[in-house]
Ligand binder design. Structure first.
Ligand code: GDP
Ligand code: MG
Length: 491
């Protein structure tokens, strides 16, 4: 048996021995060659893998991970081809259908009546579609969608969307049904960025970024963020250079969406109730997962780049009168007092610089004057407060996840956490943030490679110790990139 197994893997089994299928001398030779060829290929692939800086996107469901990978495709690869754009139409149709289904279902629970009697037929038509997975549409479907979305009752229900589960892009697509239903419709970059499709497997994209005359290769892994998907995260922890953690700043007034809630939301009242009664806050979930990642022993040397995302939706919510204080009041003694948390002028400038809407020049000018009159101060205060919750976890001053024993400061000395305010659907903002991240990732990676190599260089030779600190600290980016490539090749 052992011999048969060996033969399957190209091992040579002498003719006439044993009772299994034998390989002739020629066959054995071919198998050996194939084995050698395969090993060579695998080794080459492994070396290639090691030369790519592996980045992991983590965060709870709907925090914006996949949107960031789409931005990377737009910014660093060739963007979306016409055929790829057309493929997204199916997801957009699903988004439209799911949004209306969620709202019609929620109207029942929130006791909000349809204002127009004619909308009843449209609501029934959409409810009939609940179990449909396909994306066939008809003129009748689009007419009903338009009719429903224009009903004042549906609009009232939309305004209370924090009380049930509604995807973030609902309004964006429902407002443009006229365009989407046209036969000539091809989704724009913004439509692709806004479109929501659940990520259920580990996906990755690869791209090269020129950096100081060198080409740095990145491989970015996107994983599903829903509860059931998180057990898969560990599979990709190996050799990770940095983690981009997406924290949704706008979700402070929302509760968790369960994996099961997707397509059967209306179909099964039982599941609807389950989702309805699931009152765990999305923000608390995000903080808990962040704490877990920050204290995970497999990720001890891995730095985290924290993206405080959806700042545009945060601003919309504050404009509607929503406040994080309601959440804090539900958890007395857990969080620092909101009103007495100061916002420094640096913190204010950081946020204003990142907030969409300022052109490059005006942003700088506004930074100097440290105020942008188009941003409500309460938005800044909430964003900074949420940022401080994450940074307190980093400093070990706040613990949300009671199952985690925070480590002492020294445990964290080989990794750090940097934060950025982001609006993942804004290409300018993401481009700027990614540029900052790239430099940080390269610097941190070099530091960790040097740490793990100690002072030994190529072929075990002693590397001149004085060269290393100079390379890491002086910031000569050319030297840094070259050193990384060499160090990775050595691994
Ligand atoms: N307005 C706005 N929408 C966002 C932002 N980030 C993500 N989204 C939307 O949020 C939804 C979920 O994002 P997605 O990237 O799929 O989340 P994931 O589950 O973490 O991969 C999508 O409809 C995105 O377009 C943001 O900063 N602003
Ligand atoms: Mg995703």
């Amino acid at each position: 048996m052992q011999q048969q197994v060996m033969a399957c893997f190209g091992g040579c089994v002498p003719e006439g021995e044993g009772g299994g299928p034998y390989l002739s001398h020629h066959e054995a030779k071919v198998a050996r060659l194939r084995d050698k060829e395969l090993t060579k290929l695998l080794n080459k692939q492994h070396k290639e893998d090691l030369k790519r800086l592996k980045i992991l996107l983590l965060g709870t469901g709907e925090s914006g991970k996949s949107t960031i990978t789409k931005q990377m495709k737009i910014i660093h690869i060739n963007g979306y081809s016409f055929a790829e754009r057309l493929e997204k139409i199916k997801d957009i149709i699903r988004n439209v259908r799911e949004s209306l289904l969620s709202m019609v279902g929620a109207m029942h629970h929130l006791n909000i009546p349809l204002e127009n009697a004619e909308s009843r037929a449209s609501a029934d038509f959409i409810l009939d579609q609940a179990a449909r997975q396909d994306t066939e549409t008809s003129e009748e479907f689009w007419d009903h969608c338009e009719k429903l979305w224009s009903d004042c009752g549906v609009q009232k229900c939309y305004d209370r969307s924090h009380e049930y589960q509604l995807i973030d892009c609902a309004k964006y697509f429902l407002d443009k049904i006229g365009e989407i239903r046209s036969l000539n419709y091809a989704p724009s970059d913004q439509d692709i960025l806004r479109c929501r499709a659940i990520t259920t497997s580990i996906q990755h994209i690869e791209f090269d970024v020129p950096d100081a005359g060198q080409s740095v290769k990145f491989r970015v892994y996107d994983v599903g963020g829903q509860q059931g998907e998180r057990k898969k995260w560990i599979q990709v922890f190996d050799n990770v250079v940095a983690i981009l953690y997406l924290g949704d700043t706008s979700c402070f007034d929302q509760t968790l969406r369960e994996d099961t809630s997707k397509s059967r939301l209306i179909e099964s009242l039982e599941i609807f109730e389950q989702v309805w009664n699931n009152s765990k806050s999305r923000l608390i979930e995000s903080l808990e997962i962040f704490e877990q990642v920050w204290n995970n022993r497999f990720l001890r040397p891995v730095s985290i780049l924290l993206f405080l995302n959806k700042i545009d939706i945060l601003a919309e919510k504050i404009a509607k009168g929503r406040s994080i204080k309601d959440l804090l009041a539900q958890h007395p003694g857990v969080f620092p007092d909101y009103d007495s948390c100061p916002v420094s002028s640096n913190e204010r400038i950081e946020f204003m610089d990142a907030f969409p809407g300022g052109t490059e020049q005006t942003t700088k000018r506004r930074s100097r004057s440290s105020s942008r009159t188009d941003i409500n101060p309460e938005v800044v205060k909430t964003a900074v407060y949420i940022k401080n919750l994450f940074t307190r976890i980093v400093r070990g001053e706040l613990s949300i996840n009671k199952t985690i024993q925070p480590h002492p400061k020294e445990w964290h000395q080989n990794h750090s956490c940097e934060y950025f305010y982001t609006c993942a659907v804004d290409t300018n903002n993401v481009k700027k943030v990614l540029e900052g991240c790239r430099t940080l990732i390269i610097r941190k990676h070099l530091e960790s490679v040097i740490l793990s190599c100690g002072t030994s260089g190529r072929n075990g030779q002693q590397r001149a110790p004085e060269v290393i600190p100079e390379m890491t600290i002086s910031g000569h980016r050319y030297a840094v990139v070259t050193a990384i490539v060499l160090a990775i090749e050595e691994q």
